[in-house]
Design a protein. Structure first.
Length: 291
């Protein structure tokens, strides 16, 4: 037997009253303070504009740890003649688990007899059926954390410049390396060489910052990616960010247009297991002079 809108709204108010008695504590049911009075005013003066549809949420405790699952309820004016819109959500559920939970909830509510009030039934179903999804989500989070640890990667960039002289540029290089927790060095003079190592996103941000807006004579010559099952700190070749300066050849007035002693630089690279980088940077094989 079809119910009128007024009869449906009266049943909705009865159900809200029943739920408030079941969940009397503050915060268990979140309901707009004017929601029920709006429906009551309409029922006293039937024939006017329909009141806003009732919507509220119920905080359901699930499992022994009492994890909160919020059941959000949205009632069409003709509920219970038509199905309510329900959505269960929790901060600890991943999107996929939340989708699966709500698909099963909708299926369960759809199997009930049409015309029956069903929010109390929905609350009980959420209480009885959410725990497996919460446990699966916890397990998948733990697995994901292990996955991240296994795949931790050190990123190392070798950057070449025709020269590095300007004090403000050197300050930007050192400030950026410190801010982004990068280790490595900056070789000042002509040529200029920078090495940074750390997390990939930090190295890429360093590269973006120092070459902006128009540092023309600079290029990233080589990039290394090294995976580890432990911390990337164990893979670092440098303990800090060094200001590297060697004996210079030449001093041409105000520009200080000096060339770094590349023999000393090659020795430094070999001391840090990076002798092979010399040829990548300069295009020639490095050789130390006999002493």
């Amino acid at each position: 037997m079809a119910l009128t809108v007024e009869e449906c709204l009266e049943l909705q108010l009865l159900e809200v009253e029943m739920l408030l008695s079941m969940f009397p504590k503050r915060g268990e049911i979140t309901l707009d303070e004017d929601a029920v009075p709006s429906v009551q005013r309409y029922l006293r003066n039937a024939g006017g504009a329909l009141p806003p549809q009732l919507k509220y949420s119920i905080a359901v405790d699930v499992g022994e740890e009492k994890v909160k699952v919020d059941l959000q309820v949205f009632l069409p004016h003709r509920y219970p003649q038509v199905a309510p819109q329900l959505f269960a959500r929790s901060d600890v559920l991943h999107r996929q688990q939340q989708l699966e939970l709500n698909t099963r909830l909708a299926s369960h509510i759809g199997s009930l007899d049409s015309g029956d009030l069903c929010i109390c039934e929905a609350v009980q179903w959420v209480k009885d059926n959410s725990l497996p999804y919460l446990e699966n989500c916890k397990n998948s989070s733990e697995c994901a954390s292990e996955e991240v640890r296994v795949k931790e990667t050190l990123h190392r960039m070798w950057i070449y410049s025709h020269h590095i002289y300007r004090q403000e540029l050197r300050k930007k290089i050192f400030d950026s390396a410190k801010k982004l927790t990068l280790t490595g060095f900056c070789l000042t003079g002509k040529p200029g060489v920078i090495c940074v190592e750390g997390l990939q996103e930090n190295c890429e941000e360093f590269w973006r910052v120092i070459r902006y807006p128009n540092w023309k004579h600079i290029s990233c010559k080589h990039v290394e990616h090294i995976e580890t099952e432990g911390s990337i700190d164990n893979l670092r070749l440098f303990h800090g960010f060094e200001d590297l300066q060697f004996q210079a050849h030449g001093d041409y007035g105000l520009r200080n247009d000096y060339h770094m002693d590349l023999g000393q630089f090659l020795e430094f690279l070999k001391q840090h297991q990076s002798g092979h980088i010399f040829q990548i940077l300069f295009g020639v094989e490095g050789k130390l002079s006999d002493k």
